[in-house]
Design a protein around this ligand. Structure first.
Ligand code: TYD
Length: 223
């Protein structure tokens, strides 16, 4: 039986688009669900999200960043996810504990066992029953983000990238970081094949959606 579905993947992998398409599908089936996201699923979380994404990585140390993501999760599980699951609702979440393992663990090099213990504390031991990993080459994800930024015009995100000295080197470091994150997610999926469904996210959006829809429908019928 599935009650908790998470969507994971690198930046620009299209997981948010896929989550929204699944929402529409579930709504058309009359399925009750609660859709949420990390970071930023609660009002405290939205403040933390602003700090995490707007203050910028340069000013925030890795442990500080970790504790902010964990604080967001702890509040999110207590306020939103836990109560929704207790009411018997199907919960869809854009990123969850696996993002901490991939980004702070594989990406930033924080010990994975320590992260697993901290994740357990933050999530009260709640784990997704099914996790879609939207996997695509790092360049594909980054190209999509650049396209999005172009179409919405200058934003905080693009402004942050302006005027940086040694930008080429910075971009190279970023690429390596995202490569580690990608490999991390794939390794997590390999460790738990029963929970993860790895999808090739470089395919057209509709094709990926059809695969997600088919699996969710099948797993829901098992209830
Ligand atoms: P998200 O809102 O999913 O952004 P996007 O849709 O652009 O991928 O996530 C914001 C960032 O937060 C993303 O770069 C991944 C990062 N993150 C972590 O580093 N650790 C975590 O535990 C979580 C939940 C997110």
């Amino acid at each position: 039986m599935i009650r908790f579905i998470s969507f994971e993947g690198g930046d620009g992998s299209g997981k948010t688009t896929q989550l929204k398409l699944l929402e529409s599908h579930l709504a058309s089936q009359g399925e009750a669900y609660r859709s949420t996201r990390e970071p930023g699923g609660t009002s405290l979380g939205r403040m933390l999200r602003k700090v995490l994404l707007e203050v910028g990585k340069k000013e925030i140390s890795s442990p500080t960043e970790l504790f902010l993501y964990l604080a967001d999760r702890a509040q999110h599980v207590r306020e939103i996810i836990g109560p929704a699951l207790e009411r018997g609702m199907l919960v869809l979440c854009d990123r969850f504990s696996d993002s901490t393992l991939a980004y702070q663990g594989y990406g930033r090099g924080i010990d994975l066992d320590l992260l697993r213990r901290l994740n357990q504390l933050a999530s009260r031991g709640i784990n997704p029953d099914l996790t879609f990993l939207l996997d695509c080459p790092v360049e594909v994800g980054l190209a999509r983000i650049r396209e999005q930024l172009k179409s919405i015009g200058p934003t905080d995100k693009s402004a942050k990238n302006e005027g940086r000295t040694g930008q080429d080197r910075f971009e190279q470091e970023e690429m390596e970081f995202h490569e580690r994150v990608r490999r991390g997610f794939l390794e997590l999926a390999h460790l738990e094949p029963g929970r993860f469904c790895v999808l090739d996210a470089s395919r057209p959006v509709r094709q990926v959606h059809d695969q997600i829809k088919e699996l969710v429908d099948r797993r829901l019928r098992e209830r």
